[in-house]
Design a protein around this ligand. Structure first.
Ligand SMILES: C[S@@+](CC[C@H](N)C(=O)[O-])C[C@H]1O[C@@H](n2cnc3c(N)ncnc32)[C@H](O)[C@@H]1O
Length: 268
């Protein structure tokens, strides 16, 4: 994929969303993301560094190389990591499909919310496997928008979410990729594939999740495709507005929102 063919875009609003998402989900996704001292880790598709901060902090003695195809995102990631005072990360502009690294250069690969945007995620995994040392590990984290369900339920809200799924598919991505991580990793030649579903459950007793995940991560992501969805005729404006209203309705005191991420670990 080129650096301009990405469903969520590179706006400052989207960059804020990625950081909100990472901050809210740190414990759920990363309590067990740890890389040992003196190992080389490749972070593929680091974006604005939202996950980089966590992996660098959690593994202070690992050497992390974070790559992205977008120069602007890399610059922002670099600034963010510097502001956090972390010194174990180096950045490089690179394409996952054309990696500028020798075979067997890394002990670990980490890729979060990247495969869902790629036309050929299996080929991407094969490329990443090549730069892993034999016995090295890969950690992949992806969402799956089909795993979103909520109370009160709403057909209009489900239609709005489906617009995002359809637009991402039309750009060659797969917003339902979480459920495919196991077969993708097996097909790419990895061994010992273990997938751990991580469910977000947000009700009024967890205001941090309601705000950080339901409002600022999930709803903001769906809202981001409004103009595109209308322009493509995927939905009419009235249905869209009702759908978005109903998504926010789930953040009220009697509302509930559920979503599942999938975290896979496998060996090269
Ligand atoms: C949704 S963002 C995720 C960023 C980060 N991992 C996070 O979780 O916040 C996906 C990132 O993958 C990058 N990307 C997409 N295709 C790529 C490719 N072929 N090579 C390297 N990076 C790529 C995009 O530029 C974008 O920054």
């Amino acid at each position: 994929m080129s650096d301009d063919g990405y469903v969520h875009g590179y706006s400052s609003r989207e960059n804020r969303r990625l950081v909100d998402q990472a901050t809210t989900l740190v414990e759920l996704l990363h309590w067990d993301t740890r890389f040992p001292a003196d190992t080389d880790v490749l972070e593929a598709g680091c974006g604005v560094g939202a996950q980089t901060i966590t992996i660098a902090r959690n593994s202070p003695r690992a050497r992390i190389k974070s790559i992205d195809i977008s120069a602007d995102s890399l610059q922002e990631a670099q600034d963010r990591v510097a502001r956090a005072g972390l010194t174990n990360v180096a950045f490089q502009r690179a394409d996952i499909f054309d990696l500028p690294f020798a075979q067997a250069s890394f002990d670990h690969v980490f890729a979060c919310f990247v495969l869902e945007h790629l036309r050929d995620p299996r080929a991407a995994l094969e490329r990443l496997k090549r730069v892993l040392k034999p016995g090295g590990t890969i950690t992949v984290i992806e969402g799956d928008h089909g795993s979103a369900y909520f109370h009160p339920d709403s057909a209009d809200a489900r239609r709005a979410i489906q617009c995002l799924v359809d637009i991402q598919a039309s750009m060659g991505g797969d917003a339902l990729i979480g459920r495919r991580l196991y077969p993708l990793l097996v097909d790419a030649g990895f061994e010992g594939v273990t997938v751990s579903p991580r469910m977000v459950y947000a009700d009024a007793s967890r205001p941090g999740l309601v705000d950080g995940f339901t409002r600022k991560t999930f709803n903001a992501m769906v809202e981001g495709v409004r103009d595109d969805a209308i322009a493509r005729g995927l939905i009419d404006l009235a249905t869209w507005d009702r759908g978005i209203r109903d998504l926010y309705r789930t953040t009220e005191p009697d509302g509930v929102f559920c979503y599942t991420f999938f975290k896979a670990v496998a060996t090269a």
